[in-house]
Structure formats: structure tokens, C-alpha cells
Design a protein around this ligand. Structure first.
Ligand code: 6GU
Length: 243
């Protein structure tokens, strides 16, 4: 899968994805991340890419030309019109289902704005998806695009070491993950739940499912409405409600 990031701060992207799981995925050619510096398409020797807003007001606006030309360089390179995600707090809030949808694409372009935003005309011409990562204000779209690249990459086959983990983790079925433990079996007087040392896999699975239900009930009751619950799950919830 190819990610193209149109940005004024390409090092923010390349320096970050080179680490950990995305870094290994790049080395294995499972994903490819290219940061394109919009300033390289400024078209003037000063490299200016922003100007004052028509109508007045605070701050600067990114001009349409450099953004358009940087996008066109990708379109010409790949020979098709890719989805273009504009990172904006005005977009639809990113979630796991959107990550799954985007993971089906072969090429994905992220457009990162800065200053007071980007000239509306070029957005109308190239943007296919407006996406936010939550209801708070950031200084630019680089961190949001890194968040999305991370969430999408781990769904690309082969990126995670174990095929199972992408699916069994939090949110894939609207339940939070059960708690995890490792050695030592006693830490500062706190013991690991004995059932995990019993070697009875059926019991362990049942306990973990119960823990997932309890966690989701306590921490994210909104998710529980969307989860597929069996008879045992419902019993667990009933007993939690009686407490
Ligand atoms: Cl996607 N971009 C920017 N610039 N700010 C944000 C955001 C995105 N999501 C929340 N705040």
C-alpha cells in the first residue's frame, strides 16, 4: 500500500514512520510512505506558498497552486486519480471502520494544511474525503495523517507478526481488550489472576471474554450497545447492573 503525504514538514512524516512496526513494514515493502514537500512546487524562488486571506482576518492561507501541482505530481506518477484525504477538524471523525475501508486502497494521499487553512478552490478540485481525528485543535495535519497511517498500516496483511491480533484487539467487535499479564507472577505483592496459570484454555477464554465485557461496561458503555453479545455476556452485564 502506498501512502503519499502532501506537507510543508516532510521530515515529521518520514522521521516518525521509520520507527517500530511501520518502519519494519516499510523495510519489508509492505507499505511505502512518501512525503512530498508542497514548498517544492512553490513556483517562485522564495518558496512562498501562503498569502493573506481575501476579505481580511488573522493569519495566512495556503495558496492553491503549490497544493494542486504537488497533487498532480502524484496523479501523473501513479497514472490514476487516488483518494485524497484532507486532514481537517471539520471532517468526519476517524474510527476503526474507516481504517478498514481505507486499508482496501492501493494508493492514498493525505493533504496536510497549516496556517489558517488552504484556499477552498483547490480543496474542491482534489479532496475526496475530509477527516478529523477528534474534537480538538491541532497546528497542522501531519500528526493526524501519522495517526491514520499507523492505524491503516497495521491492517495491511503481513504488517503485524500475528494475523490474529489485528482483529481481536479493542474495537474490532466493539468490546475493549481484556487485561494482560506477564512475569513475574507476583509484583509488589500483587498476584496474576490464578486462572491464567491453570493451563485450562477454555476457562481462560471464558475469563477473558468476561473481563472484556466488564471493562467495556465500566469504561465505554456506549460501545456495548453496538457489540454482539451472547447469553453469558448478558448474564455478566445483568450482575454488573445489580452491584
Ligand atoms: Cl485531521 N487536522 C487538524 N489540522 N486539526 C485537527 C484534526 C485534523 N483533527 C483534529 N484536529
Amino acid at each position: 500500500m502506498n501512502f503519499y503525504v502532501l506537507t510543508l514538514f516532510p521530515e515529521m512524516i518520514t522521521d516518525t514512520v521509520s520507527h517500530s512496526i511501520t518502519g519494519r513494514a516499510i523495510e519489508k515493502n509492505l507499505i511505502n510512505v512518501e512525503a512530498i514537500n508542497i514548498r517544492d512546487f512553490a513556483g517562485n524562488k522564495h518558496g512562498q506558498v501562503d498569502d493573506y486571506p481575501y476579505g481580511g482576518g488573522a493569519g495566512m492561507v495556503m495558496q492553491p497552486g503549490p497544493v494542486y501541482r504537488s497533487y498532480k505530481s502524484i496523479e501523473e506518477k501513479i497514472g490514476k486519480k487516488p483518494r485524497v484525504v484532507y486532514m481537517t477538524p471539520q471532517g468526519k471523525t476517524f474510527n476503526q471502520n474507516m481504517a478498514k475501508e481505507f486499508a482496501k486502497e492501493e494508493d492514498l494521499v493525505f493533504l496536510c494544511g497549516h496556517y489558517e487553512g488552504i484556499d477552498e478552490r483547490v480543496l474542491e478540485m482534489i479532496v475526496t474525503d475530509n477527516v478529523s481525528i477528534g474534537d480538538y485543535v491541532l497546528t497542522g495535519g501531519e500528526l493526524p495523517s501519522l495517526v491514520m497511517i499507523d492505524a491503516i498500516s497495521r491492517l495491511v496483511p503481513g504488517v503485524l507478526n500475528n494475523d490474529a491480533s489485528a482483529e481481536t484487539e479493542s474495537f474490532s467487535d466493539n468490546l475493549l481488550e481484556y487485561p494482560q499479564y506477564t512475569r513475574p507472577n507476583e509484583f509488589e505483592g500483587k498476584k496474576v489472576p490464578p486462572i491464567l496459570l491453570s493451563g485450562d484454555h477454555a476457562k481462560v477464554d471464558k475469563w477473558r471474554r468476561e473481563q472484556s465485557i466488564i471493562r467495556t461496561y465500566e469504561r465505554r458503555p456506549d460501545l456495548l450497545e453496538k457489540a454482539e453479545l451472547n447469553k453469558d455476556d448478558k448474564k455478566t452485564i445483568m450482575s454488573l447492573k445489580k452491584q
